[in-house]
Ligand binder design. Structure first.
Ligand code: DHB
Length: 310
């Protein structure tokens, strides 16, 4: 039994896509919805549609992926329309809408649009896109993060969360959690890709992707220990009502089990979905079910957050 919940929303299983992967078009979104995933999230939508960065902008690596997409997307209206149509067809299947501003002032505008719409699902405000040239990741600037959350929640009354980048210092977890705890968040999603890594082709001494001279967000197995630490560190610091979507390096059912041990309520997959395809959800569900059986766990609640320490 892989059922899970987040606030009053119930999901048939813990797995979903990570925003950006297999969710740009209505066709891709429909494919995730029809797969073994428990729910789905749209590509991060901005106020206006964007073409994104020049190609090549994504490459598979031995243990994950590198990308510098640059927020290509069809615009918020496209994804909002999709989400509203989806919920009319599937009233029992809540989904996530991901949005981001190109500047801080865009966030309340996006929030107002969603607030005024018929959307009844969950909204993920993405504070951690690493790839737009000249635009730092918002969530590494704690004052701007607080200001944006203040502007959003001055308007927004629907269930909302934030997508966060990885942090690497315990003092940062203290500081970020103290900010997040001041707002009526339903969830956080941790982590986004490891920002601005660099991969070099040994045959040609050349970078793999074109934008930003080859720098890009790293996902996949490279990210897993960082993701586990971030989910664990936030679970130890956030109010218990703020749920965590665990993201980062999930390749097997065991990886998902470990994120849940650290406190995740849902588990999203990016790199492995991009490289393996939509069948990954059934495989992960089977592997997680087998891992739970081997450990004598019947439900997610039987082990969620129950990491043992020495
Ligand atoms: C992009 C990459 C991300 O990791 C993200 O969270 C949002 C956008 C991108 O480059 O499109």
């Amino acid at each position: 039994n892989l059922q899970t919940q987040l606030g009053h929303y119930h999901f048939a299983n813990v797995f979903m896509n990570a925003s950006g992967v297999h969710c740009m078009t209505t066709q891709e979104l429909d494919e995730v919805a029809a797969s073994g995933a428990g729910t789905l999230v749209t590509k991060t939508g901005t106020l206006e549609a964007r073409a994104g960065n020049p190609e090549p902008r994504f490459a598979p690596l031995q243990l994950g992926t590198i990308n510098s997409m640059g927020l290509p997307n069809q615009g918020i209206d496209y994804y909002l329309d999709y989400a509203i149509a989806f919920q009319a067809k599937h009233p029992e299947q809540p989904i996530f809408l991901s949005v981001a501003g190109m500047k801080p002032e865009d966030f309340p505008v996006l929030a107002q649009k969603i607030e005024d719409s018929a959307f009844t699902g969950l909204t993920e405000f993405n504070l951690s896109c690493p790839n737009v040239p000249g635009k730092p990741q918002i969530a590494y600037d704690f004052d701007t993060t607080r200001n944006i959350l203040q502007a959003i929640f001055a308007i927004f009354t629907k269930p909302a969360g934030v997508k966060l980048p990885p942090y690497f210092d315990l003092a940062q977890f203290d500081e970020v959690a103290a900010i997040l705890n001041d707002f009526p968040l339903q969830f956080i999603n941790s982590i986004n890709s490891l920002g601005n890594g660099l991969f070099i082709d040994p045959a040609t001494d050349t970078v793999l992707i074109k934008p930003k001279g080859g720098f890009g967000g790293i996902g996949g197995q490279y990210a897993k220990p960082i993701a586990l630490a971030n989910v664990r560190a936030f679970r130890q610091r956030l109010r218990p009502e703020i749920a965590i979507i665990g993201t980062g390096g999930v390749t097997t059912g065991r990886d998902a089990y470990e994120l849940i041990l650290c406190g995740a309520s849902l588990v999203s997959v990016g790199s492995i979905l991009a490289t393996e395809g939509i069948g990954v959800f059934d495989r992960l569900s089977q592997e997680l079910t087998a891992e739970m059986a081997a450990k004598g766990k019947n439900t997610i609640a039987d082990f969620q957050g129950q990491l043992k320490t020495l």
